[in-house]
Design a protein around this ligand. Structure first.
Ligand code: BEZ
Length: 211
């Protein structure tokens, strides 16, 4: 059965380009981004892993560890990494799981046989410090992901985790947020000292609480 939001992210132990990792131990008290790519030595993947390396500092500022996976073996990953570094001008500074036995791909339902029998699709799992799945995305092999969008949803997820707010369509860090329906209007002033606006009784906005 496929994984759903709120499920515990399956734990595993795997070989990676940074040694053997137990996933839950490796996450520790951080957030985690686990993302799959179809295969080593493929063009779109080479750009994605380079982009992730370039953005690692941005992920770290948000307390997010990043880890990639594909069903190639460690020798293949180690041969491919210098290409990623050369083409993107950056060190690959995060682990890539060698999932030749497809253990991780199977646990996370990353092989969609009607798309490809062998390769993983481009899955994204964002996992909280409680090890629960907070967000999933699935892209086909032919579409590289938008890593700015992944950073944006992390901002939204972390706000929701810490305050009783949601984020509207196309929201970006720094913009007003929505007070969740669980908060009664009579309690909103105490909870949101920066003030709030009632646009409709069910649509109340407030400045981003953590800015
Ligand atoms: C790629 O990663 O470049 C790719 C993989 C499979 C199909 C198309 C592109």
């Amino acid at each position: 059965m496929s994984l759903r939001l709120g499920d515990i992210a399956p734990d595993f132990t795997a070989e990676t380009t940074q040694g053997t990792i137990n996933f839950h131990e490796w996450i520790g008290d951080s957030w985690a981004l686990l993302f799959s790519h179809p295969a080593d030595f493929t063009p779109v993947c080479t750009t994605e892993l380079g982009k992730t390396a370039l953005l690692k500092g941005e992920f770290e500022k948000k307390g997010v560890k990043v880890i990639a996976v594909s069903v190639d073996d460690l020798a293949s990953h180690n041969k491919w990494v210098p290409d990623i570094e050369e083409l993107n001008g950056v060190k690959v500074n995060f682990p890539i799981i060698a999932d030749a036995d497809r253990n991780v791909a199977t646990l996370y339902d990353m092989i969609h046989p009607n798309a490809s029998e062998k390769a993983t699709v481009r899955s994204v799992f964002i996992i909280g410090p409680d090890k629960k799945i907070k967000l999933t995305l699935t892209y086909p092999a032919s579409t590289g992901r938008n890593f700015q969008e992944i950073l944006r949803v992390i901002d939204s997820l972390q706000l929701t985790a810490n305050y009783q707010v949601a984020t509207p369509a196309d929201w970006k860090d720094g913009e007003d947020v929505i007070i969740t329906p669980a908060v009664k209007t009579e309690d909103a002033a105490a909870k949101f000292p920066k003030g709030f606006t009632i646009i409709k009784p069910y649509l109340r906005t407030t400045p981003q609480p953590n800015k």
